[in-house]
Design a protein around this ligand. Structure first.
Ligand code: S3P
Length: 426
């Protein structure tokens, strides 16, 4: 499917976004592991979070979906049943990596795989700590899906993350819930902490200290009634689009503002963006608020070290914003971008080139000089949702028409993206 994008006027009005993808996955998995009925409102409409629900259903968990409200009947890990077939994680790295932490401690064998993109993503980052906990997992070429996860009894581990990854941290903590003794995960670079926040909400025995998180095996989780905040990573596309279109004044309602995610707002502010947070409150341990963004010239900047991990999903659209900024954007320490749904250094570079924008690519990042203009062109999502949406934003600022091939990829996290973009961009 292709989408055609024309240069837009200002973005105005008020919009709401789908529920946060990271939080939706975690609430669904913890709801399945808890005892009783968990109700989740504003669950992500993205295909990735549907993949998590599909896997849980295939594991015998009762899941009912009424539009964006999900009801999950959890009966603890003992309620899981051997699936009839291979579990399908679709395009979702979060589903396969986080759920594998649960599957590793089950008393029966499971198999899990996904689409072609997922088949190229490394799983040794979860296989290594899980093996250290007593799990037995086979993978294609020792590191790629499909994974065959044999029945095992797990024991706790004290594990320091070698890569900054919230998916790996979550996988080990979920495995720890069903392991004997204590599991400790240490991180040198902080990553999103939605798992820690949600575990506390569900009543798990969890301790969070400086750079270390520990859980006790056998903790009893209790069902909860929860609202998922809007997805800040989806908000990033609208923030960038509004900052690029003179006259914009847009309010994005009820967005998750967890401090381990909101470096995006700090980075935009540091570049001179007119962005304000209104009506902030805490719900189930997560900060939520409205974001008002008005057009403003952007200075440009550098993303490196710990900031790279904190902004990893937003980098494609920040590259687009960087091209029209005064000084451009430099991204370093971002080799992880090459291991996402696509090699995002390559796919961002290729689409920028097609739109007549220069960028210098490096093994671990890129430099996009500022004060450039986008020219309408045919770009490709390469099957990656964030690439489809980032280049729709570029299209709004381009001369002429931009055609996005493979635009349907946006549905992985945000099926309503193009409709909401058309509503906001007058
Ligand atoms: C996620 C963690 C990040 C992020 C992904 C969602 C999560 O991945 O890119 O979109 O929900 O924990 P990594 O853990 O691989 O960095």
């Amino acid at each position: 499917m292709q989408e055609r994008i024309l240069r837009s006027g200002p973005l105005r009005g008020r919009i709401r976004l789908p529920g946060d993808k990271s939080i939706s996955h975690r609430y669904a998995i913890l709801g399945a592991l808890a005892h009783g009925e968990t109700r989740i409102r504003h669950y992500s409409s993205g295909a990735d979070c549907a993949s998590t629900l599909g896997c849980l259903s295939a594991l015998g968990v009762r899941v009912e979906r009424r539009e964006s409200e999900i009801h999950i009947q959890g009966s603890g890990v003992e309620g899981f049943r051997a699936p009839q077939a291979m579990l399908n994680a679709g395009n979702s790295g979060s589903t396969i990596r986080m759920l594998s932490g649960v599957l590793a401690g089950l008393p029966f064998e499971t198999r899990i795989a996904g689409d072609e993109s997922l088949a190229r993503r490394p799983m040794d980052r979860i296989m290594n700590p899980l093996a250290g906990m007593g799990a037995s997992i086979d993978a294609r070429d020792g590191r790629y899906p499909p994974l065959t996860i044999h029945a095992a009894r797990l024991h706790g581990i004290d594990y320091t993350l070698p890569v900054a990854s919230a998916q790996v941290k979550t996988c080990v903590l979920l495995a720890g819930l069903n392991a004997e003794g204590e599991t400790v995960v240490r991180e040198n670079v902080p990553t999103r902490d939605h798992t820690e926040v949600a575990l506390r909400e569900f009543g798990a025995a969890i301790r969070v200290g400086a750079g270390a998180i520990s859980v006790r095996g056998g903790s009893h989780l209790t069902a909860r009634d929860l609202d998922v905040p809007g997805d800040l990573s989806s908000a990033a596309f609208f923030l960038a689009a509004a900052l690029m279109a003179p006259g914009s004044n847009l309010v994005i309602e009820r967005v998750g503002l967890n401090p381990t995610r909101s470096s995006l707002l700090d980075f935009l502010l540091s570049m001179g963006a007119d962005v304000k947070v209104l009506n902030q409150e805490r719900r189930a341990g997560e900060l939520v608020g409205d974001i008002q963004v008005c057009y403003s010239p952007i200075r440009g900047g550098t993303i490196q070290k710990a900031h790279t991990a904190a902004l990893i999903d937003e980098i494609p659209v920040l590259a687009v914003l960087g091209a029209v900024s005064e000084e451009g954007l430099v991204v370093r320490d971002a080799a992880e971008l090459r291991l996402k749904e696509t090699d995002r250094i390559a796919t961002v570079g290729e689409n920028l080139r097609r739109m007549g924008v220069n960028a210098e690519l490096a093994p671990d990042g890129f430099r996009v000089p500022g004060r450039q203009r986008f020219h309408g062109a045919e770009v490709d999502s390469f099957g990656d949702h964030r690439i489809a949406m980032a280049f729709a934003v570029a299209g709004l600022a381009a001369d002429g028409e931009t055609v996005i091939q493979g635009a349907e990829a946006a549905a992985v996290s945000y099926p309503e993206f193009f409709a909401t973009l058309r509503q906001a961009a007058c």
